[in-house]
Write a protein that binds this ligand. Structure first.
Ligand code: FMN
Length: 349
């Protein structure tokens, strides 16, 4: 259907983003079974637990799936340890996604194990570097995206720049994708597919906290804000979140513990301004936590099983798709797209 789908063995050229506290084995396996690129978030998972989670996914889907690492959070050594634990558990055809550029050692380990390496980048220079590391697929993240932001350009502009420099690279866009029409538009603009995160936060198999799911479904794009507030545990990287009582005040509250998250029977305290998102094992002042969310939330409504969401995306994509060989055709989105790139606004507090 597209080079992305061919390269990763998917029925639909759509990757589900690895998302800490949201994308566990159930979501990953459900998206994979439905024919899209289900992805397990490894985030800060200890290697032994990461390997166990991968085994759970592998037992639950016969189709390709991915694992996601965040080297700038774990550091290169721990990232390599996570991969050494999970690579032997990955079935043939599984892929590895990295948020930002991984170390050369990490890239080599993935390639040596025979798995496609998918690298998410936010600038043209990072795209060049990712291809130099042997990435099979680049994910180009625009500033519409939910979560931590790798660059400062809207997705359209980044895609145009990278496509002009690398006409044969396999490119997916991240940010702004919530319907099959959005996906078809991205393909018409020169992408080979897309990655979506926010779309999958509210679905049944997501492990996001129920309040987080509800807020994503209710939110409009302008309820999201780019901030640097939630920096404990992941500093130096602006992030797009739903506004809350912390983002809407100039007063700084103390970074005391406001919640706990239970993982494998153990309680982990969460300070105010932590980068941790609320999962279904979180209790406390959940409303003050970082609820990562992209501007696509305006069109996100699905609380169904992921299979229903992926089937809807497929049907909409099929009916909206205009082959690139002809003309791109009119936009299938009702939402106006940016014509000129605007610098992003970051709350610096
Ligand atoms: C709740 C949430 C958590 C995220 N966590 C991660 C993560 O752990 N690893 C990662 O590579 N990207 C993460 N991202 C960013 C995604 O990779 C991607 O850039 C983003 O979801 C695309 O924009 P969208 O959310 O509007 O679809 C996260 C995004 C969200 C919304």
């Amino acid at each position: 259907m597209t080079r992305l789908a061919d390269r990763l063995g998917l029925a639909l050229p759509l990757l589900q983003a690895g998302m800490g506290a949201v994308a566990g084995p159930e979501l990953c396996a459900a998206v994979s079974r439905a024919g899209a690129g289900g992805t397990l978030a490894l985030y800060k998972e200890p290697p032994a637990r990461a390997a166990r989670l991968v085994r759970e996914v592998a037992a639950a889907t016969p189709r390709p799936f991915g694992v996601n690492v965040v080297p700038e959070v774990t550091g290169p050594a721990t990232c390599l340890e996570q991969l050494r634990a999970v690579l032997p558990e990955l079935p043939r055809g599984a892929f590895v996604t990295s948020f930002g550029l991984p170390d050369a050692d990490v890239a080599r380990a993935v390639r040596a194990a025979g798995h496609p390496l998918v690298i998410q980048v936010g600038t043209l220079a990072e795209a060049d570097a990712a291809l130099g590391l042997g990435a099979a697929v680049l994910v180009l993240q625009g500033t519409e995206a939910g979560g931590h932001l790798l660059g400062r350009l809207p997705g359209d502009r980044l895609l145009a720049e990278v496509r002009a420099r690398h006409p044969h690279a396999v490119l997916a866009v991240a940010g702004g994708i919530a319907t099959g029409g959005d996906l078809a538009d991205a393909v018409a603009r020169g992408a080979d597919g897309a990655m979506a995160g926010t779309l999958f936060v509210p679905v049944a198999e997501s492990t996001a906290h129920p309040t987080f799911k509800r807020r994503v479904v209710e939110a409009m794009a302008d309820d999201t804000v780019i901030t640097s507030l939630f920096r404990i545990g992941w500093p130096h990287r602006p992030h797009r979140v739903l506004h809350n009582s912390l983002t809407t005040t100039d007063q700084r509250a103390p970074a005391t513990f406001i919640a706990t998250t239970r993982v494998d029977g153990r309680e982990h305290p969460i300070p105010r301004y932590s980068a941790a998102a609320p999962g279904n094992g979180t209790t406390g002042r959940v409303g003050e936590m970082a609820m990562y969310c992209g501007r696509s939330c305006t069109r996100v409504t699905d609380r169904h099983p992921a299979a229903v969401t992926v089937a809807r995306m497929s049907q909409e994509y099929e009916s909206a798709h205009r082959p690139r060989a002809t003309s791109p055709g009119p936009s299938t989105n009702t939402t106006a797209r940016k014509r000129l790139p605007k610098p992003i606004r970051i709350q610096e507090r």
